[in-house]
Design a protein around this ligand. Structure first.
Ligand code: MRU
Length: 346
């Protein structure tokens, strides 16, 4: 299930705001339209945002008509700046755009048409790498899920949040493909309902048993002994293992610790921000209050009510049992296990 397609120089995205009712593909032909799609969460999920932005930069660069290198590189900077200025938390966005910028600079002595070709190939390569990475995360993480387990997940870290297969859901998919009976509990994930709208739909489409619960039911099921493991994705992991993920992840991790349930984070190494020491340095996006006061067009709160809407929270590393990456499953002390990775992909 691919949410992103790059065809004939244009980007096509499944409109995730319309799922699960309708599967609609939108087409984007300019980088400003692509930036709008990221901002409006037509596409969402850290790896998917990164690859979408890379294609957005390529679309923008390919439209620059000049033979002057300074003009081209100045415009490329402006394009990358616009795409970066969409969602602040997921580091994959910045990682992917920097990779495009670096590739362009590597070929700065070539013709502009050649630079356009190499950055296009780079974005396509990153898209392919993302799928391979997710399969490796799946293979590494599936060893942690026993036959007959019930696994709780939060938000959507599935195929829809990546180029295919998913990270947290990739681990579940890999265990399912190995013939293990895995039952998933999906938190609905207020306010944007990625769990209800996307995770439960994606798993149901794949025939993986899934039960949808409201976010505030997680503790009840953990206490009842009905949850064997939690597994979530990540938007940014600091070098000490502190992890930013969808709002509500921190509460789940605390509940899991209280109930002696392992709490796993599954993410590609591109989600690790080796430049920051702890979660305190991760910017948290605050979104529109309408996401809280309304469900679709129905207002569920008094008019004019004051609202806060942080889209992510930070789970301190001490609540995380392991971080599942494409290279290895990392265990505490994360400062050391993450430190051993640095330099492997930057
Ligand atoms: O606001 P969203 O839907 O982009 O948030 C997505 C998440 O928090 C995911 O868990 C995370 O990006 C990992 S996706 C593989």
């Amino acid at each position: 299930m691919r949410p992103i397609k790059f065809e004939n120089g244009a980007l096509r995205l499944i409109d995730q705001t319309r799922l699960p009712a309708k599967t609609i593909w939108n087409e984007y032909n300019t980088y400003t339209e692509v930036a709008g799609a990221i901002k409006d969460m037509i596409v969402r999920g850290a790896p998917a945002i990164g690859i979408t932005a890379a294609y957005g930069a390529v679309i923008g660069a390919n439209a620059v008509e000049t033979e002057d290198k300074d003009v081209f590189f100045n415009k490329l900077d402006e394009i990358i700046g616009t795409l970066k200025d969409t969602r602040p938390t997921a580091v994959n966005l910045f990682w992917a755009l920097e990779r495009i910028r670096r590739k362009a600079l590597e070929f700065k002595n070539s013709s502009i048409s050649h630079i356009k070709r190499v950055i296009t190939d780079e974005a396509i390569e990153m898209d392919k790498e993302d799928v391979d990475t997710n399969r490796l995360i799946g293979a590494n993480g599936s060893k942690l899920l026993k036959d007959g387990s019930t696994v709780l997940t939060h938000c959507n870290a599935g195929a829809l949040a990546t180029c295919d297969y998913g990270t947290a859901l990739g681990v579940i998919r890999a265990a399912h493909e190995k013939g293990r009976k895995i039952h998933v509990f999906a938190d609905e994930t207020r306010p944007y309902l990625q769990g209800a709208r996307l995770t439960s739909w994606e798993l149901k489409e794949d025939g993986i048993p899934v039960t949808l619960i409201c976010d505030n039911m997680a503790g009840f099921f953990m206490k009842q002994g009905e949850i064997d493991a939690c597994i979530v994705g990540a938007d940014r992991i600091a070098s000490n293992g502190d992890t930013a993920n969808k709002i509500g992840t921190y509460s789940l991790a605390v509940l899991a610790r209280e109930n002696n349930i392992p709490f796993y984070v599954a993410a590609p190494i591109s989600t690790i921000d080796f430049n920051i020491l702890s979660g305190e340095d991760i910017p948290i996006e605050e979104r529109n209050k309408r996401e809280v006061t309304h469900i679709k067009d129905i207002c569920i709160a008094p008019e004019g009510i004051e609202v806060r809407n942080p889209a992510f929270d930070i789970t301190p590393n001490e609540y995380i049992t392991a971080i599942i990456t494409e290279k290895a499953v990392l265990y505490p002390a994360f400062k050391d296990s993450i430190g051993n990775l640095s330099g492997c992909c930057f």
